[in-house]
Structures are given as C-alpha cells and as structure tokens.
Design a binder for this molecule. Structure first.
Ligand SMILES: C[S@@+](CC[C@H](N)C(=O)[O-])C[C@H]1O[C@@H](n2cnc3c(N)ncnc32)[C@H](O)[C@@H]1O
Length: 284
C-alpha cells in the first residue's frame, strides 16, 4: 500500500454511506441511518448492480446482506449462549447494528468506533435520535495508528478487562493489503489476550480462483477500488489459508462460515451461486 494510504484511509469512509443505505433499504435500519449521499450513490450504482445481477449472476446486495446477517447471527449466539456483555464494533460507519443490538439486549454495552470524522457523524446521528447513553457509545479509532489517542490500545483501555468481549469489523479488512491488515490483527489479538474470553468477528473476501464467477469478481473488486480511490485486495485462497493466517496473527480458535450455505437460517432467499464472502470468528 502506498505511504499516502498508509497514513490515512479516510478515502474509504464514503463507502459507509452506500452500505448504510443498503441496510436501510432492507429494513435493517431506521430512516435516520440513510443519508442523501448514500441514496444518491445507491441510485447511481443501480444500473451497474442490475447488470452484474442479470448479466453475471452477481447480486451485490445479496452478498452484503449475507455478511451482515451472518455476523448478526454469530453475535446473537455469543450474547445468548456465550455470556458476552460488551461489544466493540470497529469501522462501524453508518451501520445500525449497534442500535439494534443495544435495543434488543438491555444488559449489553456497545462501543462503536471509526475514524474521527465518521465517528463524530455517527455520534451526532445517534445522539439526535436519543439513542446514545452509557451503554451505547461512539469513539474515534484508527486501526493504522500504532500509538496515541486513536490507537487500538487507547480504545481497549476503556473496556472492562474482567469480562468477555467481542470485537467486530465489517466492510473494512479487504481495503488493506494483507501485511497491513495482518499487523492490525496481530495487535488486536494482543489486546484480546488480556480478557478472560475474547473473540473477533469479521467478513473477508477470499481470492477464490476456482469460483465460476472469478473473472466477474475481479471486475467487481476493481470497480470498488476505483470508486473508493484505493484498492480492494482479496485475502487468502480458501478456509485453510484463512485459518493459518489468523493463527499466525495470534488467534487460536478460528472458524470460517460461508453464509451462502445458511440462507434459510439467515432469512435470505437461496443463494444463486457459490458464496463469495466468508465470515470468520476467531478467538484467542
Ligand atoms: C465500507 S464502510 C463499512 C461500514 C459499516 N461497517 C458497514 O458495514 O456498513 C468502511 C468503514 O471503514 C472505516 N475505516 C476506514 N479506515 C479506517 C481505519 N483506519 N480505522 C477505522 N475505521 C476505518 C470507514 O470510515 C468506513 O466507515
């Protein structure tokens, strides 16, 4: 990744308006989460999304919903069956998950975090609706900052280290080259090791070269890279490589889920082709 992108990844933030609008469109979010910019970008990209669906069998919104709902399902299980009471969602963008889960589980503490400008915007949004309180907060973080007030260490200093924790990132990791994101995962695993029980949930787009839609997928990631003025590298080639990669970063228990195999349980129509996105749950 070029030095410029290493110093700042703010160019990624506008993409949160697009996904925020998708969550709203699919009734996962209240209207407050839908921005005019998100609506506009969604409208501009609609012909491309239609072409990809009809021409290539690639349903972009279906893939987004697969990842979002699979993460929701794993999070619900961790709360209901794993005793998790504190959640940190990094790169929260305009996702409504914090709002939905804080409303559904009155015991849960939910800390949302993003780059300073996006965090300020999210805080304002939630505050205006009266949804922020001591249990549900928003804070600035930069996963590239190795020290200082926006570093991961500063974010984790606010948590209760006597209790289990679950950390989420969604729509973040494939914006970075593998060495950079692995250095974040290594720092994250180090922070998580200081809790009695800790796990990390993320989605990941692997480099599935045998996938029948691989060429179209490459076209799609090229497009995402251009739209966000960066790149969108695919990481690892299969579940075995994902597990080995996360273990190298310090995670011990690693599970890889293919949401396309769980469509019915996630309340989605059957997937039209083999899955392109994976959800990873990794514990230290
Ligand atoms: C595609 S959006 C995903 C937002 C949300 N998680 C969702 O799925 O709707 C990517 C998010 O990553 C955030 N982001 C980019 N670089 C970051 C960094 N270095 N540290 C923390 N967040 C970052 C952006 O501000 C943006 O909100």
């Amino acid at each position: 990744m070029p030095e410029r992108a290493r110093a700042s990844s703010a160019h990624i933030s506008p993409s949160a308006h697009y996904t925020g609008y998708v969550w709203y469109r699919h009734r996962l979010a209240e209207p407050a989460f839908a921005t005019a910019f998100g609506r506009c970008v969604h409208g501009l990209l609609a012909p491309i999304a239609w072409g990809a669906r009809v021409g290539f069998g690639l349903d972009i919104e279906q893939i987004l919903l697969q990842r979002h709902l699979q993460i929701d399902a794993r999070l619900s299980a961790a709360i209901e069956r794993g005793g998790v009471r504190q959640v940190v969602e990094i790169a929260c963008g305009l996702s409504p998950r914090g709002r939905r889960f804080a409303a559904r589980y009155p015991e849960l503490r939910y800390l949302e975090a993003d780059l300073p400008a996006m965090a300020a915007r999210k805080r304002l949004l939630l505050h205006a609706q009266g949804w922020l309180d001591r249990r549900h907060r928003v804070r600035a973080v930069d996963i590239l900052a190795e020290r200082g007030g926006n570093s991961l260490a500063a974010l984790f200093a606010e948590l209760n280290h006597e209790e289990p924790v679950l950390v989420i990132t969604e729509g973040l990791v494939n914006y970075f080259e593998l060495p950079l994101i692995e250095s974040f995962w290594t720092r994250l695993a180090g922070e998580l090791a200081r809790f009695p029980q800790a796990s990390y949930l993320t989605e990941l787009y692997p480099d599935l070269r045998e996938h029948p839609r691989y060429r179209q997928l490459r076209w799609g990631v090229e497009l995402i890279g251009r739209l966000t003025r960066g790149s969108y590298p695919l990481h690892y080639r299969n579940a075995e490589e994902i597990i080995a990669g996360f273990r190298r970063c310090g995670f011990r228990r690693v599970e890889v889920f293919d949401p396309s195999l769980d469509s019915a349980a996630l309340g989605l129509p059957p997937a039209r082709s083999a899955g392109l996105v994976r959800v990873v749950q990794a514990g230290v």
